[in-house]
Ligand binder design. Structure first.
Ligand SMILES: *[C@@H]1O[C@H](CO)[C@@H](O)[C@H](O)[C@H]1NC(C)=O
Ligand SMILES: *[C@@H]1O[C@H](CO)[C@@H](O)[C@H](O)[C@H]1NC(C)=O
Ligand SMILES: *[C@@H]1O[C@H](CO)[C@@H](O)[C@H](O)[C@H]1NC(C)=O
Ligand SMILES: *[C@@H]1O[C@H](CO)[C@@H](O)[C@H](O)[C@H]1NC(C)=O
Ligand SMILES: *[C@@H]1O[C@H](CO)[C@@H](O)[C@H](O)[C@H]1NC(C)=O
Ligand SMILES: *[C@@H]1O[C@H](CO)[C@@H](O)[C@H](O)[C@H]1NC(C)=O
Ligand SMILES: *[C@@H]1O[C@H](CO)[C@@H](O)[C@H](O)[C@H]1NC(C)=O
Ligand SMILES: *[C@@H]1O[C@H](CO)[C@@H](O)[C@H](O)[C@H]1NC(C)=O
Ligand SMILES: *[C@@H]1O[C@H](CO)[C@@H](O)[C@H](O)[C@H]1NC(C)=O
Ligand SMILES: *[C@@H]1O[C@H](CO)[C@@H](O)[C@H](O)[C@H]1NC(C)=O
Length: 475
């Protein structure tokens, strides 16, 4: 009862600050037919949040969300839960339909670093979690911080050793830490103007969701921590990611198909740095990936640029990668990736898996400066077909001391295989067009480039080369 009264007084306050001409609160409440009604809003402070970064604010935050959600049902408008400039330490909080977390640009939500801060079921370990919700969001210019550094047991330039909460047996070794933000079974999601910092594990995770916009989001994770992926788009349709800046240890944008397909993903105007793949499809790839666009993306110092790692029988098709500038380099081989600017592969993960097919890919307007060449590899049951590479400037040179001469099929398949370095390495392909491509190789003595084009004999069919140049240059 107290809460209801408090809510009403807060609602009254927030209404009086709005610029509606009507002075009657009731008419404002009934103004939901207005094309863009101002959202309702309530502050976590009014529900008792301390915001001192030490005391847990889980209960007040959840009460604010629940009150907001009740107001949404009553007034049929979105409701913002406001986080004024302070630090809010919390265990898992659950976002509800119609509710938007509105984090002030000087406010931080800090995720707890203890196992008891998270639900029993490991699949629900997130700092912020929305389940089966609609019209939800996060915005406001502030920060959600997973305190990922508290999960590092030993810092290591090669790869940090992380805490593992694996005693439940539900997850193994490196897969047992909480994610930062999750939307499971949701629709109409908008995450914009927010910083997602130091996730302990994956950062922003969409699962079986539909109609998501992720805009003006900054993601930052420790460069040496494994599994701190940027955005994982799993079994979800109609996702737009734009104007994002992602600087993290593991894969930056990572569509996965585990229990269903991924259709209609658009990623534009992003900047990415990662110790793994900037764009990675898979490796969970049991269902279809279709109709993806990646445009105007800058990738720096990454272990791999644009990657398809199909391993589980799903088929990937109809994708454009355009206006992309990428620099890829070697890191320690404990990380998947061998400095390939483009990596298109499908092979069965293990004896019980099938190989999916990959078809209709267009790469256009690509600039790459890389320590290794492009790797295109289908396999017996999974051919790559109709691949087009148009308008590309590829510069190959070495600037790290890590060894080369390895082809990387991980995960599974043939793992790491010794093989000479090629400009384009190709196997099991039917239909490839290379047009207006300039490939330059540094003639540095330490480089061992062996072939501009390396075709695995008799597995590549229907090749077209038009305006293809390959030459060495003085570095
Ligand atoms: C938990 O992780 C530890 C250390 O990595 C390992 O020794 C142990 O076998 C793991 N237990 C389970 C159930 O995965
Ligand atoms: C998608 O979600 C947005 C809110 O983010 C909403 O405005 C829009 O109507 C939704 N589109 C569909 C087709 O439901
Ligand atoms: C995505 O679309 C496919 C094809 O229509 C559908 O089978 C699947 O259920 C959709 N997934 C979601 C989460 O809506
Ligand atoms: C993908 O987008 C197209 C074009 O906007 C639309 O017709 C189709 O329904 C979408 N697919 C899914 C599964 O939502
Ligand atoms: C490309 O994306 C960057 C942000 O990474 C943006 O500043 C720039 O305006 C975009 N270019 C075009 C042509 O849209
Ligand atoms: C992939 O395509 C093949 C050939 O069309 C088909 O047999 C297979 O069922 C598809 N796989 C999936 C997971 O849809
Ligand atoms: C690619 O990006 C690098 C910085 O990462 C920049 O120096 C270079 O000029 C860019 N090239 C093109 C063609 O945009
Ligand atoms: C490749 O370089 C040429 C010559 O510098 C330039 O005209 C062209 O725009 C570049 N293409 C791309 C895709 O960067
Ligand atoms: C590729 O770049 C050229 C020249 O900058 C531009 O005219 C063309 O529209 C670009 N193509 C795509 C698909 O963006
Ligand atoms: C050869 O490959 C091109 C490009 O992928 C495709 O358009 C064409 O249909 C193929 N031709 C045959 C005979 O398969």
């Amino acid at each position: 009862m107290f809460e209801l009264q408090l809510l009403l007084s807060i609602l009254t306050l927030s209404f009086t600050s709005q610029s509606y001409s009507s002075t009657s609160q009731l008419s404002i409440l009934q103004s939901h037919h207005h094309p863009k009604p101002n959202p309702l809003s309530i502050s976590v402070i009014d529900f008792g949040a301390a915001g001192d970064g030490v005391k847990y604010d889980t209960v007040p935050i959840q009460k604010a969300i629940n009150a907001c959600s009740a107001a949404v049902s009553k007034h049929r408008r979105q409701c913002h839960v406001i986080f004024p400039p302070r630090k809010y330490l919390t265990a898992t909080i659950f976002l509800k339909s119609g509710v938007v977390l509105d984090i002030h640009k000087k406010a931080t939500i800090l995720g707890g670093a203890k196992l008891e801060d998270y639900p029993k079921d490991q699949s629900r370990w997130y700092v912020v979690l929305a389940e089966d919700a609609a019209d939800v969001g996060i915005t406001g210019g502030g920060e959600i911080n997973g305190q990922g550094l508290k999960f590092v047991q030993r810092f290591d330039e090669k790869k940090n050793v992380m805490v593992s909460w694996n005693h439940t047996g539900a997850c193994l070794g490196d897969e047992c830490r909480p994610r930062l933000v999750g939307f499971i079974g949701c629709r109409n999601i908008k995450v914009s103007d927010v910083r997602l910092i130091e996730p302990a594990y994956w950062c922003l995770h969409l699962v079986r969701s539909d109609n998501t916009t992720i805009r003006d989001v900054t993601i930052y994770g420790n460069f040496n921590s494994p599994n701190n992926d940027g955005i994982d788009v799993e079994d979800s349709n109609n996702t737009v990611i734009t104007r994002c800046n992602i600087n993290t240890g593991d894969d930056a944008i990572c569509p996965k198909s585990s229990t269903g397909p991924v259709y209609n993903l658009t990623v534009t105007d992003c900047w990415i740095r990662t110790k793994s793949s900037a764009i990675k499809l898979g490796s969970a790839s049991f269902y279809t990936f279709r109709n993806f666009l990646f445009d105007n993306i800058t990738i720096v110092e990454s272990h791999r640029g644009l990657a398809l790692q199909i391993r589980d029988g799903g088929n990937a098709s109809d994708m454009t990668f355009s206006n992309i500038n990428t620099s890829t380099r070697y890191y320690h081989p404990s990380w998947w990736g061998r400095a390939e600017p483009i990596y298109v592969t499908t092979c069965p993960r293990d004896a019980s898996s099938k190989a999916g097919s990959i078809s209709n890919l267009l790469f256009v307007n690509i600039t790459a400066t890389s320590e290794n060449g492009i790797f295109l590899s289908g396999s017996g049951g999974g051919v790559l077909s109709n691949l087009k590479f148009i308008n590309m400037n590829l510069t190959y040179k070495r600037w790290t001391k890590f060894p080369d001469g390895l082809v990387d099929y991980r995960p599974g398949c043939q793992q790491l295989v010794n093989h000479q370095t090629a400009g384009f390495m190709m196997e099991h392909i039917d239909g490839i067009v290379v047009e207006n491509v300039v490939m330059k190789w540094s003639n540095d003595q330490s480089m061992r480039w062996n072939n501009p084009l390396d075709f695995r004999p008799s597995t590549v069919n229907n090749i077209s080369l038009l305006n293809f140049y390959s030459r060495s240059y003085q570095q």
